[in-house]
Design a protein around this ligand. Structure first.
Ligand code: FUL
Length: 690
């Protein structure tokens, strides 16, 4: 016994002399202290507000009159309170968007709140918001658009001085700033002090970013710079505004060279600079407030997906709130973001690894400082480490009793670099090991979702790594099923598809008008129906607690399975019949009508039109139309014409009725669209039968 003890002490001494017990050597590049602090924020708010809030536009033109800026309820404390209650750690504010209008009284321009009626020109929103952030314990960041559609000098060297002066105001007068956003957009045209012309710049050279960076580093040494337009900054765009980063997500890029979209999405495995991804997305389709999007605020399941696809994939989440013309965040946005916070809290309430016993295929020099238990000691700073030269290792957790779960959270101590290239997760279910997931990178945080399992052990198998694997944290959770009303669609062949937002929920439906419950038909896949009209109702159901969602309901007209689009060879034409609101057929410029052979004679008394539901497709919305019918595809008769009133602001189903007619062919002609020179778009078209 004694000899063995001496021997082990000897081995320990020897290994420590040889350097084995030392901490793993950082794998370069590693994050800076500021980047590490930022990464741990995980989730923070974006706020979009400017003069174009009052013109219902995505981008201001730069000629908007400051007189339109007159909110009657503006309250930055409301914004900060919501962000805080939503679990966010900071707010980044559009101090100046592309319109050039400054929401603080900059002394370098007249185009600011100082010439607005709001507070008689004495207001300063940057100040009010930075104060509110301090009050609520939030960090504060600013968005200063490099593109300025108002400034006369935009495009000339003088503008760079103006830009830096404004930056200096923002970075010196409002306390600590954690992040600055330099958006790369430049659509060209603008007011530019009255010139009303197009000015494009060379984004690689015009802004002279490196000197701007030097300047800001002096003013705000802890601040991080986000820049998608110029020289490599400290944070990267992930190449999309839809709210996700790649499943493989390296926090690395190359310090020089182009960054194609694929690199933005996934980072670069052997990149030589630490440039982590920030997922920026809006709680509504667009960044600024548009009343027509009041019904399109992201729901809890959508926000949960966004969370798993950002924070759960080694990114941070920057979630935007558009401010309404009255100066407040809309109640639906508040309701949904707080429900999202609640859902996250519920999902991650009880870490089931707490009483587990951890073991590993190897522990760095058998040193307890790096033992397997460090991965579940609830500290991010301590970690399990394998020996140098290892790139394949396992970490096993044995639960005190069979444990039921559906989420797995894993973290690398990224202060020592991002290492893991690939891993699997296995679970011991009823005595045998089963692979649950096969994944690539981990990074600061990776969260996996999978169908609920009950296991006695789990094994994280790191199958490849750039240097010896290190794991700082492992957590396991049983997230409750999210019950929201399922989505019901009917495709062209007449089949009905029902989708619930949580794949683990059960779905029950009815076709006879009754309220569905767990005693109704269980949805097992697409439901073929006859061609007639149908009413479908559905609920999502959680068998573990017998709770149901609210009922969703759709009334479908007769199926479109015999329909043929005439007069075009373009296969996309069928998108107007596919039951998907987000795909559309764009009529060509020359051909502004859409002809359908109904396949047989029918008595019809109206039609329904749905425009493309994607916000960017607004120009293609048909505002004025003529609707024709024919028995022979030769002689056409107009049975309805006029406008789709308010369709731009509220692009929902448009219903038009007329006296019943027995017809075989129908034709929708677009006589006017939202965009003057745009193609007309049809997401869906249906007829109404008696
Ligand atoms: C984009 C801008 O053009 C949008 O208006 C918005 O500010 C978004 C965050 O970045 O590129």
């Amino acid at each position: 016994m004694r000899i063995r003890t001496f021997l082990s002490i000897g081995v320990l001494l020897l290994t420590s002399i040889l350097g084995f017990t030392q901490k793993p050597i950082p794998l370069l590049p590693v994050p800076s202290k500021n980047q590490l602090v930022w990464q741990k924020m995980e989730y923070y708010a974006f706020i979009h507000y400017s003069v174009n809030t009052y013109t219902d536009m995505a981008w201001g033109l730069g000629n908007e009159d400051p007189q339109i800026f007159n909110p009657d309820k503006l309250d930055c404390r409301q914004w900060a309170r919501i962000a805080k209650e939503a679990g966010m750690k900071g707010i980044i504010f559009t101090a100046k968007h592309h319109s050039g209008f400054c929401l603080w009284p900059s002394k370098y321009t007249e185009y600011s709140v100082k010439n607005a009626p709001w507070k008689n020109g004495k207001g300063d929103i940057v100040k009010e918001l930075s104060d509110a952030c301090k009050e609520y314990g939030l960090k504060f960041g600013v968005y200063l658009s490099p593109w300025d559609r108002n400034h006369a000098d935009y495009g000339k060297p003088e503008y760079i001085t103006y830009f830096r002066n404004q930056l200096t105001e923002l970075l010196t007068n409002y306390g600590d700033i954690f992040e600055v956003w330099f958006d790369g957009a430049n659509g060209g045209s603008g007011y530019y002090g009255g010139a009303n012309e197009t000015r494009k710049i060379d984004s690689k050279t015009y802004y002279d970013w490196l000197n701007t960076y030097k300047l800001v580093r002096k003013m705000q040494p802890k601040m991080l710079i986000w820049n998608d337009g110029g020289d490599r900054a400290y944070l990267r765009w992930v190449g999309t505004e839809s709210g996700y980063v790649g499943e493989t997500n390296w926090s690395l890029l190359n310090a020089k060279g182009d960054v194609p979209e694929d690199m933005l999405r996934h980072g670069v495995e052997n990149g030589n600079a630490w440039v982590p991804g920030e997922v920026n997305t809006s709680i509504r389709p667009e960044w600024f407030y548009h009343p027509k999007e009041d019904g399109k605020v992201k729901t809890v399941p959508q926000l949960m997906d966004t969370y798993y696809h950002s924070v759960g994939r080694n990114g941070t989440l920057l979630l935007n709130f558009p401010i309404m013309p009255n100066g407040l965040i809309h109640p639906t946005d508040e309701k949904n973001v707080l429900a999202f916070a609640e859902a996250r809290k519920e999902a991650f309430a009880n870490n089931l690894t707490k009483n587990a016993i951890a073991s590993a295929s190897e522990i760095r020099a058998k040193n307890p400082e790096f033992n397997a238990q460090k991965a579940i000691d609830s500290s991010f700073e301590t970690y399990w480490a394998a020996n140098d030269n290892t790139n394949d290792a396992t970490l096993t957790l044995r639960f005190a009793k069979p444990t039921t779960f559906n989420r797995f959270l894993v973290q690398e101590p990224i202060q020592l670099g991002q290492r893991v290239k690939s891993f699997t997760l296995e679970a011991k279910i009823q005595g045998s090991w089963k692979e649950i997931a096969k994944e690539t990178t981990i990074g600061y945080k990776r969260i996996l979702r999978f169908p609920t399992i009950t296991a006695t052990e789990i094994r994280l198998h790191i199958t490849d790594a750039k240097a010896c694997p290190l794991i700082s944290n492992l957590e396991v959770y049983l997230a409750p099923i999210i019950l929201s009303p399922p989505n019901i669609t009917r495709n062209q062949s007449g089949a009905v598809e029902i989708k619930s937002s949580d794949s683990e929920s059960e779905v029950y439906y009815s076709l006879d008008g009754s309220i569905p419950s767990s005693k109704s038909n269980k949805y097992k896949g697409v439901i073929p129906t006859n061609d007639g009209k149908i009413n479908v109702k559905a609920v999502a159901y959680d068998p573990s607690n017998q709770l149901s969602s609210e009922v969703s309901e759709e009334n479908f007209e007769i199926s479109r399975n015999l329909w043929k689009v005439l007069g075009t060879e373009d296969l996309n034409a069928n998108k107007a019949l596919d039951g998907n609101d987000y795909t559309s057929f764009q009529l060509g410029k020359a051909q502004n009508d859409f002809i359908i052979d109904l396949g047989k004679n029918l008595i019809i008394s109206g039609f329904r039109y749905l425009s493309d539901q994607n916000w960017w497709a607004e120009a293609s919305i048909i505002t004025e139309y003529q609707f024709f019918v024919s028995e022979n595809n030769l002689d056409w008769k107009v049975v309805s014409d006029g406008e789709f009133s308010n369709i731009k602001n509220n692009p929902t189903w448009q219903v038009k009725t007329f006296n019943p007619m027995n017809v075989r062919y129908i034709k929708l002609k677009a006589t006017k669209t939202v965009g003057e020179n745009s193609n007309a778009g049809i997401a869906e078209i249906e007829i109404i039968t008696n």
